[in-house]
Design a protein around this ligand. Structure first.
Ligand code: AGP
Length: 612
């Protein structure tokens, strides 16, 4: 369990705990801080049981304290439980349980679950003994414990991924999900349950992805799946396609740096097998849509969160420019409540690296509820969003562990460019333009590798600029989302205040921030807007602002205008956002290092946000 928790550390947490059934009772150990603290505490406890549950907590209800850490034990000591998610009606449940004599030791919403299961367990009649000569009933049919968990969950509003034990039922473990991911690993002589494949993959590659509303009942002789309304479910065992080494740090000092340098490979993987034989377009088998379906689409709606939302903005530019179909982009967290009127023939897309972000999942469900076909661009195979969408495109970027998304973002940009090409070729793009486009895309892995050679120059710049506490990132059209992404990366891992703006918009307000203390990072385009961006740079320079320019090799910047210039390779226009991203990733990484920040475990952040 400790190894599993260690492998989940990257997801962000503030406390950790574990409980083991042994000697007829529960040994529960928990502590604020790192898993290493928990390991130290646990080593003094002589843990001998073979059934246990463990958890890392990212605080929602109640502060970061030992008492609020999971596992939580019911006040009668009969139930112990770990929980991801939020129980929305916990106040009403707590009131009820107080009248029944149950007490509470934490400020969490989770503790009501432990007590409510204990309440139902106490009420559940013992199974009648089998008649002489008759075989014993199936464990499931007679499991008071499973029934108590099921009854509890019928009263719960909110989201959960739970694992539950009872010292009175030492041969059983029950886990269930609604809105929070849960995966069963089927190992050799063991079963493992986790919220993320990376916790299991060192023990088994055979996994069952639970669906919302499903429970798994694990006993010494195997496992069964069922639904809350008592239907049996036949398990589908999937194979995890990556190995434990893919998720390890190797020679690299940080996951973020490892993943930045994996980008050429991730980009190659995103394209593999996805170009037509005539080299003029892309193919996406997983979309489950025919060219005729595409002909009637009159709008795409893209939603996502965080970095994925920036990828949506780039997709908007590329699709509108090359395929000439309107695109609307919305934050998933806003879309789900906005009740936006949608065109009749809109096609809905979500982008999510993890495939588990609850806001994005909710947006997908809302669009499906309204009857729209929904596609997903996801990295994690088998994730909830990937499974609930009507079709989609897997990124194949490999596991992304760093909290700050890097390789997943550039791979989303490449898929967006390929998708724009795919739709454009069904509309007005000619064969020869398509061939040029494909050639441009195929160069991306090599060009990304060349861009990575800027690392030493960027490290040097970062050392000199790490003293500043405010940054502006400026770009236009499809480089504006890269400005937003640069600002987000810097905020996330170095805690520096940074803002992304369309370069020309800067003079309508943010220019007030400009001084010798607030550098601007410019993403310089080629073509018709080059001169306009240079004018924006002049406006900054005139106000003594420092400028870091990220510009294609062939553009000529006025002498002395930029204080630092990072040259990225010339490329097809659709590829420029990908190459321009790499320097901003490296810049935030090195600035964060220079400021002594913990790059892979940035404060307050979780890798995938599975609560609303
Ligand atoms: C990116 O650096 C962030 N950590 C965050 O914004 C992330 O992109 C967002 O939470 C969405 O995650 P997802 O792609 O896994 O859905």
């Amino acid at each position: 369990m400790l190894e599993g928790l260690k492998r989940l550390e990257y997801r962000g947490y503030d406390s950790a705990g574990l409980a083991v059934l042994q000697d007829g009772g529960v040994t529960n150990v928990k502590s604020v801080g790192r898993v290493a603290n928990l390991a130290k505490l646990a080593s003094g406890k002589n843990l001998t049981g073979t059934t246990g549950i463990s958890h890392t907590r990212w605080a929602t209800h109640g502060g970061v304290t030992d008492a609020n850490a999971h596992p939580h034990v019911s006040s009668d000591g009969q139930v112990v439980l770990v929980h991801n998610g939020v129980i929305e009606n916990y106040v009403a449940i707590k009131k009820f349980l107080l009248t029944k004599g149950y007490t509470f030791a934490s400020e969490t919403d989770t503790e009501v679950l432990a007590n409510l299961i204990a309440y139902h367990l106490a009420k559940e009649p013992a199974a009648p003994a089998p008649a002489p000569g008759a075989s014993a009933p199936m464990a499931d049919a007679s499991s008071r414990f499973l029934t108590a968990v099921r009854k509890t969950l019928l009263h719960v509003e909110g989201t959960y991924g739970i694992a539950v034990l009872s010292p009175a039922h030492p041969g059983e473990l029950v886990a269930a999900r609604k809105g929070s991911p849960l995966i069963l690993g089927v190992g050799e002589n063991e079963h493992l349950i986790a919220s993320d494949v990376s916790a299991l993959v060192s023990r088994t590659q055979n996994v069952v992805y639970l669906k919302d509303g499903e429970l798994v009942h694990v006993t010494g002789s195997g496992f069964t799946l069922s639904t809350l309304d008592l239907a049996d479910v036949s398990p589908v065992i999937d194979q995890v396609t990556w190995s434990v080494e893919d998720a390890e740090l190797g020679e690299h000092p940080h996951y973020m740096l490892k993943e930045i340098f994996e980008q050429p490979q991730a980009l190659e993987n995103a394209m593999r097998g996805r170009f037509s034989a005539d080299g003029s377009t892309a193919n996406f088998g997983g979309l489950n849509l025919t060219p005729a379906d595409f002909r009637i689409i009159d709008r795409f709606v893209f939603t996502s969160c965080g970095t994925g939302w920036h990828a949506c903005l780039v997709a908007e530019h590329l699709i509108e420019r090359y395929a000439r179909i309107p695109v609307e982009v919305d934050y998933a967290s806003e879309f789900r409540y906005r009740n936006a009127p949608l065109d009749r023939d809109a096609l809905f897309f979500v982008i999510s690296q993890s495939g588990e972000t609850i806001d994005t999942l909710a947006a997908l469900r809302e669009a499906k509820r309204k009857g729209y076909k929904c596609m997903a661009i996801c990295n994690v195979v088998g994730s909830t969003i990937a499974r609930e969408s009507d079709g989609g495109i897997y990124q194949h970027a490999g596991p992304e562990i760093g909290v700050a998304s890097t390789k997943a973002f550039t791979s989303q940009l490449l898929i967006a460019a390929m998708f724009a090409l795919y739709v454009a070729r069904m509309r007005d793009m000619s064969f020869s333009e398509g061939v040029e486009f494909v050639k441009g895309l195929k160069q991306v892995p090599d060009l990304a590798a060349r861009t990575l050679k800027l690392a030493p120059q960027i490290e040097d710049i970062a050392k000199r600029y790490s003293k500043f506490n405010d940054f502006l990132f400026l770009g236009r059209l499809d480089l504006f989302p890269i400005a937003l992404e640069g600002a987000l990366k810097l905020k996330e891992i170095s805690y520096i205040h940074a803002e992304g703006y369309p370069a020309a918009e800067m003079k309508h307000g943010p220019i007030a921030l400009i001084s010798e203390e607030c550098p601007s990072v410019f993403l310089v385009p080629k073509g018709e807007l080059f001169n306009k961006v240079v004018s924006s740079m002049q406006e900054i320079k005139a106000r003594k602002g420092l400028i870091i320019a990220i510009a294609p090799e062939s553009v000529e910047l006025p002498e002395g205008l930029a204080d630092e210039t990072l040259r990225i390779p010339d490329c097809h226009d659709a590829v420029l956002p990908i190459l321009a991203t790499i320097p901003v990733q490296l810049l935030s990484y090195h600035i964060a290092l220079a400021r002594g920040c913990d790059v892979d475990k940035p404060r307050n952040l979780a890798k995938s946000v599975t609560v609303e």
